[in-house]
Structures are given as C-alpha cells and as structure tokens.
Design a protein around this ligand. Structure first.
Ligand code: AHN
Ligand code: ZN
Length: 326
C-alpha cells in the first residue's frame, strides 16, 4: 500500500518541498521595497584657484596684519564684510590678550556660519594675523613680514570655500573661524602662540558648540607644499586625517598630501583638540617632514611664494570633503 502511494514520492522529495516552502514564506514575509528617500546626487563645486589667489593678494595689500595695527583692523573689517556678502552669519569674538612680551593685543576671532540651523556641522579654520617679527630672516628682524603664506594662504582658501558655499549649499552646516593672534609668539614662552584659538577653545562662540570635526589650515600656499600626517592630528583625529588624505589622494593630489607622519606641533589645532575637545587635523606644510617652508618668518614670505596649484589642491579637497558629507 505505502510502497505504491504517491505520498511516498512526496516523502522522498522532501528537500525540494522544504525549499519550496521556504521560498513561499520568504516571498510572503518580505516587506515591499521601502520608498527610498531620493538621495540628492553629490555635485562638488569646482574650487577656483585664481579666486583664492586673488584673496591672498588682497590680504597682502593691506600690509602686515599684526594685531593693534591699521592694516590688521582694515583687513579684519574686509574679511567680515566678505563673509557677509557670501551669505554667512558673521560674528566677531573680541578680547584683549597678553602677548609673551607684555603687549596687550586687541584680538578678534572672525566667525562665519553657513546654515546655522543645521545640527551636523563641519568647522574649517585658519589664522588671519601675521607675525610682527622676521626672526628667521638675516635682516630687519624687528620688522613685520608680509605673511602671504603664513597667514594669507589659509584664509585665501577659506574665502573661496565661503564663496562656493554661498552659491550652492551642501548637506551639512559649515562654520569658518579665522583665528587672530596666532603668530605673536615665542618658542621661549609656553603657550605664547595661538592666543585667539586658545581663548575661543576655553570660551566657544556658542556654549557647548561641537561640530563633527574640524580642519585647520596653516601655510597651504607654497609651491610644492608637503603636507604630512602631523602627530597631534594623528593622535586626536586619525579618522578625519584618513578621510581628508584619502579624498585628496583620490583627486590626484598625492604629490602634496604625503602618507608619512611627522612630529606633533603646537598650532591652533592643538588647543582645539586638547581644550575644546573637537577632533581637529592640521593641514600644514612640513617640507622634509620637520621643517617649515623656506621663507617661513622672513620678509620673503610674500605673494611670489604662492602657487595657485597648491591652493587649488587644498581647496578642492576641502570642497569634496564638505559636499560629500551628509
Ligand atoms: C611651532 O613653531 C611650534 N609652531 C608653529 C606655529 C606657527 C607659527 N604656525 C605658523 N606660524
Ligand atoms: Zn608663523
């Protein structure tokens, strides 16, 4: 009876039935494809290196931007007006800070916020003041320097980024802070550099302010610049360093963004990491891994040291990072 029963065939084919059952159950149980919210396609604007160069030239035309000087005040006013023209909410954080030599410095950090209502934010920074001495020069050591690269270059890149932010809004909010009183320091006096960023790190413009991460630019304009993975950045913001370096190298800028590490240094990002506790990297030119660019703190840090190609590599990398973020 059992021997000739069709049930016996079914019994022997049980693996097939089991599979069929599974397939049917899966098909019934599966949710209909959820409506994907339309992901806007990422369109990264093209950084205009000529424009960034012109912004460096305009800063140099004010003369040295040494705190308490007329050129410093006029340039600061121009920076604020320029950010406002590009649609940012602009604030000044002003104070009087004491330099290592006892001079009282009228300091002004300049803060430009794009889409201030957004919760997810990126902070981009650079110092806008220039050094009052040419202590690395062989002559006129007590006179201020033009500061085209050391001061002008980072700001030039960020002004062009601001111009682009004003034309096409990215998915995330962006704050740009230009630090003052960075370069009125002495290696003989601890914490004598970076007075503007030290002040802000203890007292940010918005209490509890915390962007996802921050990127500081310092000396990003010299021909053949050599950006290493600086030690403090590596220690406190490795994933940011990885993201920015990966982006730069995928854009073909591996000639500028080098893959080896260099010794940690005290710069604005140091206080942003240690005091404000914002994961911050420093994009800084360390030729040979441990020196600064050849005309550092000399009178030759003028417009002739500035390369549009270097400004463009840094600027296009920043725009790509910002516009890919969501
Ligand atoms: C040190 O010399 C330790 N830090 C450099 C900070 C600096 C000066 N950046 C630009 N000028
Ligand atoms: Zn300097």
């Amino acid at each position: 009876m059992w021997k000739n029963s069709p049930l016996r065939v079914i019994w022997w084919q049980r693996p097939i039935w089991a599979w069929l059952l599974l397939v049917i159950l899966a098909a019934c149980g599966e949710d209909p494809q959820p409506e994907q919210p339309p992901q806007p396609e990422v369109v990264v604007p093209t950084f205009q290196a000529d424009s960034a160069y012109a912004f460096v030239a305009q800063q140099v035309a004010f003369g040295p931007r040494v705190p308490n000087s007329g050129g410093h005040r006029a340039c600061g006013d121009w920076l604020m007006a320029t950010f406002a023209r590009y649609g940012a909410r602009v604030q000044a954080q002003e104070s009087v800070v004491r330099a290592f030599d006892g001079t009282a410095l009228n300091m002004r950090n300049i803060i430009a916020s794009f889409q201030p209502e957004k919760k997810r934010r990126i902070l981009l920074t650079a110092h806008w003041d220039t050094r009052p001495f040419a202590d690395e020069d062989s002559s006129r050591q007590q006179e201020p320097i033009p500061g085209a690269n050391d001061g002008g270059s980072g700001v030039g890149v960020l002004l062009e980024v601001a111009r682009q932010l004003g034309q096409q809004a990215p998915q995330v909010g962006v704050d740009i802070i230009l630090w003052d009183a960075e370069d009125y320091g002495s290696s003989e006096h601890e914490n004598s550099y970076c007075l503007g960023s030290q002040y802000w790190s203890r007292q940010p413009h918005v209490p509890g302010y915390m962007p996802m991460y921050a990127i500081n630019l310092d000396m990003v304009g010299a021909e053949g610049a050599y950006f290493t993975r600086e030690g403090i950045s590596e220690q406190y913001a490795r994933s940011v360093l990885d993201k920015v370096w990966y982006t730069a190298r995928s854009l073909g800028y591996d000639r500028f963004f080098r893959s080896h590490s260099s010794e940690g240094i005290i710069d604005d990002h140091t206080y942003m990491n240690l005091v404000a506790r914002i994961p911050t990297i420093d994009i800084i030119d360390r030729p040979g891994g441990n020196r600064f660019f050849p005309h550092w703190h000399t009178h030759r840090d003028d417009l002739s040291t500035i390369s549009r190609e270097t400004l463009g590599a840094v600027g296009q990398t920043l725009l790509t990072v910002v516009y890919q973020e969501r």
